[in-house]
Ligand binder design. Structure first.
Ligand code: C5P
Length: 220
């Protein structure tokens, strides 16, 4: 079979990562979490004391970090200059700064290049999840899915491991990040015209996975 390329985009908390990993594992495809790459470069900027409010400073060092993504859906890995950063890229500090870093065109150009080279070298195909995969990174993907969910459902999913009193704060942070991601000039979060939109608000994770697996199988 020809390699199949699947783009899964959408805002935070829609179940993109869980869905993408499970679909890739079920179908024997590679998997790439592009949000993790933007988080990794943000981690590098923070660690190296780069002023996050200064796009010129960010642009000047956009090419410095060596980011390597492991594409096994059962064990996705990410390193920066050889250091495993899978844990630190999920910190609140990185989460609050990633939208500013990922809005810088030089950062996007660099990361997009990495993404395209990983996608074209995946022998059996790949599931790539992010914000601009269907619109910008892989416009010729065989299947494009755009996941949505109500803000309440997204906040509840994101704060699953927190106390319920934190849901309000999580919801606000999430809405702020989505607004920043959707309004930036370079490849904002957007649904591609030819993407299939799946509203996951009333669906279980298993149902979303099944839906996307069926969509991929229809394309093969
Ligand atoms: O998916 P995740 O929440 O880990 O993404 C973190 C951030 O990375 C997003 O809020 C967005 O700023 C950025 N991102 C992006 N383009 C992508 C994937 C993520 O700008 N394709």
């Amino acid at each position: 079979a020809q390699p199949v390329i699947v783009a899964i985009d959408g805002p935070s908390g829609t179940g993109k990562s869980s869905t993408s990993k499970a679909v890739a594992a079920q179908l024997g495809l590679s998997y790439l979490d592009t949000g993790a790459q933007y988080r990794a470069i943000t981690w590098w900027m923070v660690t190296n004391g780069i002023d996050i409010d200064d796009p010129t400073a960010i642009a000047a060092v956009a090419g410095k970090a060596e980011i390597v993504s492991g594409t096994d859906p059962e064990n996705p890995t990410i390193t920066v200059d050889g250091t495993d950063v899978a844990g630190p890229i999920r910190s609140q500090e990185v989460t609050s700064k990633v939208s500013a870093v990922s809005a810088v065109p030089e950062v996007r150009a660099r990361i997009t290049e990495l993404q395209r080279s990983l996608a074209t070298s995946a022998e059996k195909g790949i599931v790539v999840e992010g914000r601009d995969i269907g619109t910008t990174v892989l416009p010729d993907a065989d299947l494009k899915v755009f996941l949505t969910a109500s803000p309440e459902a997204r906040a509840a999913r994101r704060s699953g491991e927190l106390k319920s009193t934190d849901i309000q704060a999580t919801r606000e942070a999430l809405i702020k990040r989505d607004a920043a991601d959707s309004s930036r000039k370079t490849s904002p979060l957007a649904k591609a015209d030819d993407a299939v939109e799946v509203d996951t608000t009333e669906l279980t994770l298993a149902q979303v996975i099944e839906c996307v697996v069926t969509l991929v199988e229809e394309k093969r």
